[in-house]
Design a protein around this ligand. Structure first.
Ligand code: BJW
Length: 253
């Protein structure tokens, strides 16, 4: 029943926004942050994804990122990425992801905002002017750790957003803008990391129909119009199938 309701809302929506988190890539084999597979050695993500952790021990943090890059390099987009990519071809659909794995890009998603950056990009930790603009480095393995900035020879960092760091204003603006929509779908995120976790509430304030797809309850579950429990890689294709049964779906201009 919930799936049919949600499919109907998506079909009628002129503006659809999808927020994704690590759960969307779980079926591709990318470890989530807070699941049982979220531990790397004895560290929690929260203890490594901070500027303080990097300042204390850049090599340790880089070893974690190098391990993740190797894992992600062997992963492919799953059915959830492909459904989202297909929907993104329609005008009015926007995708905001917290994921740094770039699997949405590999699935050819349009109108994508990567609010936490990309694990395949680096920037200068030492703050040189040229190295402030992230550069792409897809080498696996990455070579000597920690890597250096090609511009100043200083220390390079992953061009991702760590706890306590601000999102790029352009990304934050685009994400906030995307909360002005008819349907807001939050998929595979634990809904505890801000400002991303606040977007669904913002969308609701703007009058959007809100829905969550997750294996588990999250702090957002009680506030959304529809909370669907299940794997994104199974639920999204079922919604797509319901949409495809209609003659002219989705119905955005
Ligand atoms: C499935 C599934 C399947 C599994 N299908 N589902 C307001 C209130 C309180 C605190 C703050 C606040 N504003 C800011 C803060 C501080 C902080 C914060 O939010 N802390 C909270 C933990 C309390 N936020 C920040 O610091 C942010 N900066 C900021 O706001 O700047 C301004 C500011 C600065 C200082 C002070 C105040 C304001 C920056 C946040 C950056 C987060 N960075 C990371 C690392 C990115 C780089 C990297 O990848 O290494 O982003 S942390 C990590 O968490 C990563 C993720 O993108 C993010 C969210 O995780 P996600 O995607 O939800 O994954 P999981 O593992 O948590 O959940 C997976 C979910 O999937 C689960 O629910 C599963 O059930 C589900 N699932 N398989 C469907 N198959």
């Amino acid at each position: 029943m919930d799936l049919t309701t949600l499919a109907g809302r998506i079909r009628d929506a002129r503006r659809l926004t999808i927020l994704t988190g690590a759960g969307v890539s779980a079926a591709s084999g990318v470890p989530t942050f807070r699941g049982q597979d979220g531990l790397w050695r004895q560290y929690r993500a929260e203890d490594l994804a901070t500027p303080q952790a990097f300042g204390r021990n850049p090599r340790l943090v880089w070893e974690w990122y190098a391990w993740r890059r190797e894992k992600i390099a062997g992963c492919r987009p799953n059915a959830a990425h492909h459904v989202i990519a297909a929907w993104s071809q329609h005008a009015g659909c926007r995708v905001v992801t917290q994921n740094v794995d770039d699997l949405h890009i590999r699935a050819a998603t349009r109108e994508l905002v990567r609010i936490h950056g990309s694990i395949w990009e680096l920037s200068c930790w030492d703050g040189c002017a040229q190295g402030a603009t992230p550069w792409r480095d897809e080498r696996v393995p990455l070579g000597d750790l920690p890597p250096s900035c090609p511009h100043c020879g200083g220390l390079a960092r992953p061009a991702v957003v760590w706890f306590g760091e601000s999102l790029h204003p352009r990304h934050l603006h685009a994400a906030m803008d995307a909360t002005e929509c008819d349907v807001f779908l939050t998929v595979g995120t634990s809904a505890i990391v801000y400002p991303a976790a606040g977007l669904v509430h913002e969308a609701r304030r703007h009058g959007a129909f809100t829905a969550e797809i997750n294996l588990e309850e999250t702090p957002a579950s009680g506030s959304v119009d529809v909370a669907i429990h299940g794997g994104a890689e199974a639920i999204l294709p079922r919604i797509a199938e319901l949409l495809n049964r209609e003659p002219s779906t989705p119905n955005r201009t």
